[in-house]
Design a protein around this ligand. Structure first.
Ligand code: HDE
Length: 753
């Protein structure tokens, strides 16, 4: 044991040196032996399947050939940052075991100093996120309208995608009601292209100059710094009712889009109109859409709230688990295309107004490529935290428009990285490095890691062979579209078309199904009821009256306030069915099915449906009164969740093999009311709570054998929508799977949830 031996010997030497035969009375004896720890260097754990780190490119874009495992950490022994081997890391160097710590302890100072500086400022918005690596494959269908090479047929481009909430801090909960970020970095051969979008296709404001205002209003109040990651407070509603251009985005937030079931089940939108340029220089205006293969699905509000406490990492975990299990999420990238006319209107809709959509029925989304996320990050900080997106990271074939929000963002993202990542060299961080060769003339600065060669970082020069040369149209240069600028004076103003704040919110409302409308009413009622100022609630009702009298009336009833009359003429647009999330069926990859059982129930049935669930690409989790295995003597069934740690919110559907009686730890675990029911039924109260919640949240429930007793004890009518009772496990699973394809038993929602 060389390490232990060294530790002991050196420790003794230190002891001797400090007290040469002159022990301090009462001082502890020799330094205690170190804890029993592994001393033989072992092979490092293999990386988890499909995980990989940032690609190992040098700052100038060349492959380094450095094996991945050497990038950050290598070798067997603990070392200082300078590579000196260490014999001890748990005690600082002291003048005797009870003496003061010595300033000369470089290891102590290096360790603590580095720790003191481990955190960087979190993003001012979108601080909480989760990310994954993947591949984008072009279909080649956009070739007529853009020369962007990565959109070419079968061209494969590595990508890194970061999803996020907007308002919450880095440690906040995933399932809050909020917009979600959907930012994609394409490492194309022509340079990095960042598509920095959201899961909502419109934005709160029409001009970037208001961004600090809307964010100050949405963030916690400056005095007490509450509420965290919430829009349900006075300042948010004050802002969005005083700036009525925010009405459309706010309505989307109050709809089910504000509480996604999973990052894997969200649409993404570029929001602004972009400009495509083809090889001939012809331009087309486009809006980007990401369409998830799994469909667009949401939580219900109570479920989202419970989850925020029970599993604040719900979305982060869901994404990582699905990828690790091989259920790779996919999105099709599509574009709506519009002629690049002088007025930049399409069917009367101003394409430069980021509070407007173009209904898909008027301009269909045309698929141009496929995104597959297939690898989790290896290190959260190095990748997810340090990734830096910027709308100005464009490639030939994709250009900007004059949307004033877009224009402001072109300034903001570069600027924010400089303070967030500590200087102008963030493009050299592994996750941000382009895969194209870099030959810039940017030099020095904080955190410079490149060792630039040459004597003449300017051009033209006569010293470095005149290099680098300028590219031209034929050699892949990024050339801005020479768009004419019509202006005869400077103004602080917007086009008159930006004044219409209500016709599109009304379009959205009219496109919702009754259930989705119920959810919207409930969300507004909840949020506004959290406001303190009556004047803000009244102003919000005046805004709602301009969307729809029914919406306004129901929210007013919930708030106990009179419903005002509209102040604008209500538009009568054709509904856009594409805006509704309901009415179709979808693949079930990665859905979580809870199977409730105990040792004395039909375990053959449990085994059979556990396998069938896996075969269908879903995740079966066996829930039992206690942990361990069921049927230890036979073919064991491993218990993944117990009544002590399972909550309904983890499961998309629940199947019951029986009605387990209370475990020894059951009473007192939940509130007394539930316990009373349990006492009467003899069924574990935590199971009853789980079933009642799952029922309220519209989840499919299936039972065989005496599982129906548990459903009834939980107050669930066996003939209710989405409740299945059969005499075999297989039949129960089959019918529950059919229900699950529609995401929820929608017919159950007669009351707002
Ligand atoms: Fe952002 N936004 N934003 N935003 N945004 C940032 O950049 C900003 C807007 C979006 O995962 C910041 O690196 C301004 C619209 C996403 O790293 C910052 C305006 C849309 C992310 C910033 C907007 C977005 C950000 C903070 C109004 C949807 C997270 C940290 C003009 C199309 C990216 C950072 C990631 C992040 C500024 C409006 C999406 C401060 C000034 C509209 C997905 O630069």
């Amino acid at each position: 044991n060389p390490v232990k031996a060294a530790t002991g010997k050196v420790a003794e030497k230190v002891q001797e040196a400090v007290h040469p035969g002159n022990e301090i009375p009462g001082a502890p004896g020799p330094v205690p032996p170190p804890l029993d720890e592994p001393t033989e260097p072992a092979e490092p754990l293999p990386p988890k399947p499909d995980q990989r780190g940032p690609d190992t490119y040098s700052p100038t874009g060349q492959e380094t050939g450095v094996p991945q495992e050497k990038v950050a950490q290598g070798g067997e022994y603990l070392t200082t940052a300078q590579g000196a081997r260490l014999y001890e890391t748990d005690h600082s160097l002291k003048a005797g075991p009870r003496g003061p710590v010595l300033l000369q302890d470089h290891h102590l100072r290096e360790k603590i100093t580095h720790f003191d500086h481990e955190r960087i400022p979190e993003r001012v918005v979108h601080a909480r996120g989760a990310a994954a690596h993947g591949i984008f494959q072009g279909y080649g269908t956009a070739g007529q309208i853009t020369k962007a090479a990565f959109l070419g047929k079968d061209v494969e481009t590595p990508v890194f995608v970061r999803f996020s909430t907007v308002l919450g801090s880095r440690g906040s909960a995933d399932t809050v009601r909020d917009t979600r970020g959907f930012a994609t970095k394409f490492y194309t051969d022509e340079g990095v292209f960042d598509l920095v979008g959201n899961n909502i296709p419109v934005f709160f404001i029409q001009d970037a100059i208001k961004f600090p205002d809307v964010i100050h209003a949405g963030k916690p109040h400056p005095d007490r710094e509450i509420p965290q990651a919430q829009s349900a407070h006075d300042t948010f509603w004050d802002f969005v009712t005083l700036h009525t251009e925010a009405t459309h985005h706010t309505l989307w937030n109050m709809s089910d889009r504000g509480i996604p079931r999973s990052y894997r089940m969200m649409e993404g939108f570029g929001v602004h109109t972009f400009r495509f340029v083809n090889a001939e220089g012809a331009t087309t205006l486009v809006k980007f859409h990401w369409k998830p293969k799994l469909g667009v699905h949401s939580l219900v509000w109570e479920e989202a709230q419970i989850t925020a406490g029970v599993d604040p990492d719900f979305h982060r975990r869901d994404l990582a688990d699905a990828i690790e299990a091989g259920a790779y999420p996919q999105w099709e990238l599509g574009v709506q295309t519009f002629p690049d006319t002088d007025d930049q209107l399409f069917e009367g809709i101003d394409l430069l107004d980021p509070t407007k959509i173009v209904p898909e029925e008027l301009a269909p989304v045309q698929p141009i490529g496929l995104l597959t996320l297939n690898a989790n990050p290896s290190n959260y900080f190095a990748e997810t935290e340090q990734v830096a997106f910027h709308l100005g990271h464009l490639v030939p074939g994709i250009d900007v428009t004059n949307d004033p929000l877009f224009q402001g963002r072109l300034f903001s993202y570069l600027d924010t990285q400089i303070s967030r990542l500590g200087g102008p060299n963030f493009a050299q961080l592994p996750i941000n490095r382009t895969h194209a060769p870099v030959n810039d003339m940017l030099r020095d600065g904080m955190h410079q890691t490149a060792v630039h060669r040459g004597a003449a970082p300017y051009r033209p020069n006569s010293l470095d062979g005149g290099c680098p040369f300028l590219a031209g149209e034929d050699t892949g240069a990024y050339i801005e579209v020479p768009e004419p600028v019509h202006a005869d004076r400077k103004v602080r103003d917007a086009a008159a078309s930006f004044d219409d704040h209500y016709s599109q919110p009304r379009l959205f409302w009219l496109s919702m199904t009754p259930t989705e409308r119920e959810h919207i009413v409930a969300a507004y009622t909840f949020e506004l009821s959290k406001c303190w100022e009556t004047s803000i609630k009244e102003r919000a009702l005046r805004v709602l009256a301009n969307i729809d009298p029914e919406l306004c009336g129901e929210v007013a009833t919930g708030l106990g306030l009179p419903a005002p009359e509209p102040t604008v003429k209500l538009a009568e647009p054709d509904p856009s069915p594409a805006l509704s999330q309901l009415g179709a069926t979808w693949p079930l990859d990665g859905r979580i099915v809870g199977i409730v059982a105990s040792g004395d129930q039909d375990l053959d049935g449990v085994r059979s449906i556990r396998q069938a669930t896996l075969d269908a690409g879903m995740v079966p989790l066996v829930i039992a009164p206690a942990g361990g295995v069921l049927d230890a003597d036979g073919d064991p069934v491993t218990v993944q969740r117990t009544f002590a740690n399972a909550r309904s919110t983890e499961f998309d559907a629940i199947l019951l093999a029986g009605a387990p009686t209370p475990g020894a730890d059951a009473y007192g675990a939940r509130d007394a009311k539930v316990d009373d029911v349990a006492v009467a039924s003899g069924i574990d109260p935590r199971l009853l709570l789980m079933l009642a919640e799952a029922f309220r949240h519209g989840k499919a429930l299936g039972a065989w054998s005496d599982g129906a007793d548990a459903l009834e004890a939980a107050g669930i009518a066996l003939d209710a929508a989405g409740v299945v009772t059969t005499d075999s496990a297989d039949a129960a699973l089959e019918r529950v799977t059919e229900l699950l394809a529609a995401h929820r038993a929608w017919d159950r929602f007669t009351q707002p949830v």
